[in-house]
Ligand binder design. Structure first.
Ligand code: AAT
Length: 272
């Protein structure tokens, strides 16, 4: 460990650690679920860290939040009801809110401290909570889904941390089954699905489970995020039985209007 630098060390990526130079630690706290830290980095803006793992930086969060949101939402016509699991920073909400067809955005985040810290230190990300269509539930995404009536959502986005800690169950088969149940026929899910350079065993399990559960299409996508382990992160993109969803040919592009508000898209576009 180099003094004055943050190093991301975890058994999920043994033998390597990405480091960022720290200017100042802005927040350190312990919630009921995890250690929460925010620091000012020299070159990536402010950084949010949970249990020693980088969740986002101001410089590259766009690549993750835009992709995990628009890959599913641009693949179905007129998404109306959207559920976000995790994502307590508000970045995915900000992206969902670009879609004018959306009428209701539910979010279930386990850790209220993440929401509070994001509102305090990341206003350009937590801005997602200001959309009037958003309803926040603080709780476990697994429990939340158990109470969702069948066929409620057009899309579910699982913006979860890694499977060590409170997010473990979000990578397991019963969770995927409850997501499928919560979706309407031909509804879509996009989940954070780790890196092909580090977690092929986890990805193989997820793909095998999803092939059994989602009778529509099952795909793996990925994007570059320099501050995530190995510099990239993947997504599981699936649809339920019903109108077939072709994730490779999105039918619902963001309009000029959606993407050129006061906060233009930075990463996602139809060509990407
Ligand atoms: N958008 C930033 C990226 C994240 S945030 C992941 C969020 O999932 C965290 O706020 C965490 O508190 C929340 N979370 C974890 N477990 C649960 C659960 N069981 N129910 C609801 N929310 C949960 C992801 C970063 C990926 C990092 C890659 N290395």
């Amino acid at each position: 460990v180099i003094p004055g630098w943050f190093s991301e060390i975890s058994p999920m990526w043994p033998g390597e650690a990405h480091s960022l130079k720290m200017e100042k630690i802005l927040f350190q706290g312990k919630s009921d679920y995890q250690n929460v830290m925010v620091f000012q980095s020299s070159t990536y803006g402010k950084v949010l860290v949970l249990d020693g793992v980088i969740q986002l930086t101001e410089r590259d969060e766009c690549a993750y939040q835009e992709m995990i949101t628009h890959l599913p939402l641009c693949s179905i016509p007129n998404p109306k009801k959207v559920l976000v699991i995790g994502g307590g920073d508000g970045g995915v909400l900000r992206e969902v809110a670009r879609h004018a067809s959306v009428e209701k955005i539910d979010i279930c985040e386990i850790d209220k401290m993440v929401v509070d810290v994001s509102k305090q230190f990341f206003p350009d990300i937590a801005v997602g909570f200001e959309d009037p269509r958003v309803t926040l539930t603080v709780g476990d995404g697994v429990a939340f889904l158990k109470d969702v009536p069948e066929g409620t959502y057009d899309a579910v986005i699982v913006d979860s941390s890694d499977p060590i800690g409170p997010a473990q169950e979000l990578f397991e088969k019963p969770f995927f089954a409850s997501v499928a149940k919560a979706l309407r026929p031909g509804g879509v899910v996009c989940t954070q699905a780790e890196s092909i350079w580090l977690h092929m065993h986890i990805i193989e399990d997820i793909v095998a489970n999803c092939r059994q559960i989602f009778k529509g299409s099952v795909n793996y996508a990925w994007t570059t995020v320099p501050t995530y382990p190995s510099g990239m992160i993947g997504f599981m993109l699936c649809s339920t039985e019903g109108p077939l969803v072709d994730f490779k040919h999105p039918v619902n592009p963001l309009s000029e209007n959606d993407s050129q508000q006061s906060r233009p898209l930075k990463f996602y576009n139809s060509e990407v």
